[in-house]
Each structure stands twice: as C-alpha cells, then as structure tokens.
Design a protein around this ligand. Sequence first.
Ligand code: HEM
Length: 128
Amino acid sequence: MAPQSLIEQIGGESVIRILVDKFYDYMDQLPEVEVIRKLHQEDLTEAREKLFEFLVGWSGGPPLYISKYGHPRLRMRHMPFPIGEKERDQWMLCMRKALEDSEIDPSVKARLDGQFLHIADFMKNIDG
Ligand code: HEM
C-alpha cells in the first residue's frame, strides 16, 4: 500500500478548511494577537482562502494556490509586514489553538506544529 500523503493523514481538504477558519477566528478574537491582526486587512475572507489554497497544495493536494498566483515565495510575500519573534509567536498561538481544536491525529498534529514553526520562523524579517 502506498504511504499516505500528508493531506490524507490530515483528513482531506475539509479538515484543512476547518483548521484555517479556526486559525483566523482566533486571530480575530484573541486580544493577545492584536499585533498580527492589525497587519491583516479588516476583511479576512481573502486571507482565509489563500491560506487554505496554499496548505492544500503544500500538504500534497491539488496545487490550488500555485495555479492562481504562481510560486508562493512566502518569505518575499511577507516582506511588506514587519515579522519578528513576537509576530511569529502570535501566529503560532493561533495555529496551535486551531490544531488543538481539530480532529487531526495527535502524531500528525505534532508534525504539523513543527513544520509550521519552521516556516513561521523563516518569515522573520526584523529583530525582536
Ligand atoms: C510568522 C508570522 C506570520 C505573519 C505575521 C503573517 C502575516 C501575513 C499577512 C499580514 C498576510 C497578508 C494577509 C492580508 O492580505 O490580509 C499574509 C499572507 C499570507 N500568509 Fe502569512 N504570516 C505569517 C506566517 C505565515 C506562515 C507560517 C504561513 C504558511 C504556513 C503563511 C502563509 C500565508 C499565505 C499563503 C498568505 C497569502 C500570500 C499572498 O498570496 O498574498 N503565513 N500573512
């Protein structure tokens, strides 16, 4: 039997959709992440859609993001926003809470946590 892709281990696109929605709900609601909330547009609809499309492709599903916007070049696309440790940690707080809420298998959650932390750390473009 072929090994399962990450998106299969996660539980498919519908699970990613719920994860991303929870993530932005936390970003919108938690007072302790207001620094990153203010970096985003008032309306989070587009951000929700783009992160969903990105994560589907990133985890081995159809390349929804790339087919619309080309290569993600995530670090470059985040350059307009000052991202230091504080912003990284606020992003991870929302993602960790969204992961906790999700029905994803605990070992897959732990793997995702590590990979998101790696990408979020790579986004840093200011000190502190
Ligand atoms: C480290 C802290 C991070 C901060 C503060 C941050 C902030 C932002 C902001 C402000 C935007 C623009 C959203 C808007 O237009 O309202 C954005 C877009 C985006 N972010 Fe992040 N982000 C972070 C980490 C990440 C990580 C770890 C990922 C992937 C796992 C990611 C994936 C994306 C994607 C796919 C977009 C859409 C890019 C585009 O096409 O414009 N971000 N982010």
